[in-house]
Design a protein around this ligand. Structure first.
Ligand SMILES: *Cc1c(COP(=O)(O)O)cnc(C)c1O
Length: 394
């Protein structure tokens, strides 16, 4: 048995990070099966149906490539398969994850250009349009946007980003990171004309870390034929050729794929739209509690509020890390830390994945008790406000 606080605290650990999220027992049971021969006949049948089944969560009819890697691997795959050394790419500074993706692009030999941001809202479609209009030579080869910026709790409106690219009449590819948005918030790969969607297993898909995804458009596939960045492990070509018969070019994460199969069944049974509505409702209940406490939400644009997580700013002079440490020690709950420039300034409440009303109320109660225990000034009663909202909006 593994305990997470320094000494044992009875009861189940509350893993309220914005990923990894709670893994439902049904998914754990599905993974607890013998690892099969990934080149045997049973695997081909299993792989083929799984590669078809996974498409509905991306809302695509196209290829979905699955890597045995964390989300960062799928970021690299998206860039390496579509771009060439020295290519200019347009990225938007929505927060920590967008900044890491930009750094990666630089390390791969691309030339990223960053539209500055204040880490309090999603990408600005008007700024993207203006930037692309100025690029009359069409030297920018891709626009890269983070759909759900997990460091700030702000989302970018991908449909509007698509419209901005179209309005500028620009041929750049659209690459979107929805590592933490997929299966928690509305996402439409085909309808939004996304060329590569990047995702991961340990957030809305309710799996442990270890799988990541590229959903690939025809246009992206065509770009990959001439893209010159070196790639081997990440190459779509071998993956897609092998996937046609349900197999993989190298050993897949077999047991995680069993888990994925079960998680997709759970999402289909609940219905994606119901899953999204549940997340919206939990996010609103959380924000009401935060506002009642008199604390500030990091996302400053209500249109961009994330239903995946809420990042909460601490009053000046108080430490978010000390608060999180108190909550972990006393109540056995893990909350997300502030990343990069937000370190110690914010903590993040994950309300994604396999979460019911009582787990959410327990989470909010744990935060409220922690605020009192850590001596952070707040107005008590946020938990009751969240409960009243949930009750009125069952
Ligand atoms: C979690 C996350 C990543 C990084 O994924 P890893 O699985 O840690 O490699 C990238 N982008 C976003 C938006 C994320 O939430």
């Amino acid at each position: 048995m593994v305990y997470f606080a320094s000494k044992h605290v009875a009861g189940r650990h509350f893993l309220q990070l914005p990923g990894p999220s709670n893994v439902p027992d049904r998914v754990l049971r599905a993974m607890d099966n013998p690892t099969m021969d990934h080149r045997g006949p049973d695997f081909g049948r299993f792989g083929k149906q799984l590669l078809e089944k996974v498409k509905f969560v991306f809302k695509t009819q196209g290829h979905v490539v699955i890597y045995p890697a964390s989300g960062t691997g799928a970021w690299e795959a998206a860039l390496a398969n579509t771009l060439s050394p020295g290519d200019r790419v347009l990225m938007c500074e929505t927060g920590w994850f967008a900044s890491l993706w930009r750094e990666m692009a630089e390390r791969l030999g691309l030339r990223p250009e960053f539209i500055k941001g204040d880490w309090r809202r999603g990408a600005d479609p008007a700024a993207i349009e203006e930037y692309l209009r100025a690029d009359t030579a069409h030297a920018i080869k891709a626009v890269c946007v983070v759909h759900n910026e997990t460091s700030t709790g702000a989302t970018s409106r991908i449909g509007e980003v698509r419209a901005a690219i179209d309005a500028a009449g620009h041929p750049a590819l659209l690459l979107v990171d929805t590592i933490s948005g997929l299966a928690s918030m509305d996402y439409r790969h085909d309808e939004w004309g996304v060329d590569v969607t990047v995702s991961g297993s340990q957030k809305g898909l309710m799996l442990p870390p270890g799988l990541s995804f590229n959903a690939v458009s025809e246009k992206a596939l065509k770009a990959s034929e001439t893209a010159k960045l070196p790639r081997s492990f990440w190459d779509w070509k071998h993956m897609i050729a092998s996937n046609a018969t349900g197999y993989f070019p190298y050993t897949p994460a077999t047991n995680l794929l069993y888990g994925l199969d079960a998680a997709l069944d759970m999402l289909a049974e609940e219905g994606l739209e119901n899953v999204f509505a549940r997340h919206d409702r939990h996010a609103e209940a959380t924000r009401r509690a935060v506002r009642h406490w008199g604390m500030e939400i990091q996302c400053a644009e209500p249109l961009h509020y994330s239903s995946v997580l809420t990042a909460v700013r601490l009053p000046e002079g108080h430490s978010a890390n000390a608060l999180r440490a108190t909550i972990l020690e006393k109540f056995n709950m893990s909350l997300g830390n502030g990343l990069g420039q937000l370190n110690d300034r914010v903590f993040r409440i994950g309300h994604l994945g396999d979460l019911g009303d009582l787990q959410l109320v327990g989470t909010i109660a744990g935060v409220e008790m922690g605020l009192a225990a850590a001596g952070v000034p707040h107005k008590a009663g946020g938990t009751q406000v969240a409960m009243a909202y949930l009750n009125g909006n069952a």
